[in-house]
Design a protein around this ligand. Sequence first.
Ligand code: ADP
Length: 448
Amino acid sequence: MFSKILVANRGEIAIRVMRACRELGIKSVAVYSEADKNALFTRYADEAYEIGKPAPSQSYLRIDRILEVAEKAGAEAIHPGYGFLAENPRLGEECEKQGIKLIGPKGSVIEAMGDKITSKKLMKKAGVPVIPGTDQGVSDPDEAARIADSIGYPVIIKASAGGGGIGMRAVYEEDELIRAMESTQSVAASAFGDPTVYIEKYLERPRHIEFQVMADESGNVIHLADRECSIQRRHQKLIEEAPSPIMTPELRERMGSAAVKAAEYIGYENAGTVEFLYSNGDFYFLEMNTRIQVEHPITEVITGVDLVKEQIRVASGEELRFTQKDINIRGHAIECRINAENPLADFAPNPGKITGYRSPGGIGVRVDSGVYMNYEIPPFYDSMISKLIVWGMDRQEAINRMKRALSEYIILGVKTTIPFHKAIMRNEAFRRGELHTHFVDEYRRGID
Ligand code: ADP
């Protein structure tokens, strides 16, 4: 087992990883930007080193500086969290050169799954259902029109290198196709440095259902059930729950086996998520995230498995301590992402100083947060400042508990998504479990 781990991330996920280290008796090392001098994670770590200016390109994305610190501090492994370098295959390569273990899958797997066209092709070969569409880049307008016609409108133009909900556009009729292609190509080129786009069927009102997988380095792969993440704005998740309200043992068996098959086929190691879109009884591979995800706690809550500790154990060479039949789910969990955003102004970021803070507590409540009273939220990073997670014996209890916990949560000085979450917890369609990925848009149109 490692004796010291460097956490190449910030905020709540840095603390989450450090907590796992502490329970395992491992020392943790933080790296931080100038803007994060006073952040909680720098104090939680056993050692902390400043690595550069606030802009991520000058700090959290600087592989050279991070590895320098790892060397100096004597860290044997690096945990990348999510975002920043978590899906950058170069980090793994550079770590390997220095004899440092990266906690995650191999760089070649990260690279293959990071490209939507490549990953779709691989999944097709693995026998996992994919969304009907092209499995190569499309740039010729006539060809695009022919393809869209044969798939049938609506279609969606997606950047192969896309991520974070950026670089995709739904197209309802041929007239819009060329313009949509051009705009997606230019967004893709500027955001990801790769203008390649492809076309697939646009599923209307699908559900986003994903499976947590865990694999060791001896080839054992299991899944830890499902999460439903249909409550999104701008293709980004706001509320997640586990299990999905529509899940049955039969569907879980089918989707879970597809997720395991996907991971096995690519020689996956460590924690990962296979995302599916579900529509009218069918499910289709959407993408695989080759890292720990924001919403991992809801899976921990219903399975009792500490996913980050398992990640560390597996990376140190240990075999999985669970087989598929050891994984039992109990009750229902919900996570609300508390973002420093104004839900009434199209979720515009709202950084600033937290002038009052009291987090909720009591039975079944977990708060994973990186903030505290008088903390100044820097404007340079993600607006998510906290995750509120609850567990209940069943979905109804979880919803009522979330309502209660949200009413206890006090954050003053900045606008947050708390009022939005309260409204969703009261919403009848949500309470009935009638979810789909346009839920937030339709809901907002209803109250506008
Ligand atoms: P990213 O990598 O940017 O997160 P994803 O491919 O994971 O993009 O898709 C994110 C979200 O976009 C999905 O959860 C879904 O809401 C929507 N989406 C993506 N592809 C489709 C599709 N073919 N049909 C309908 N919605 C889609």
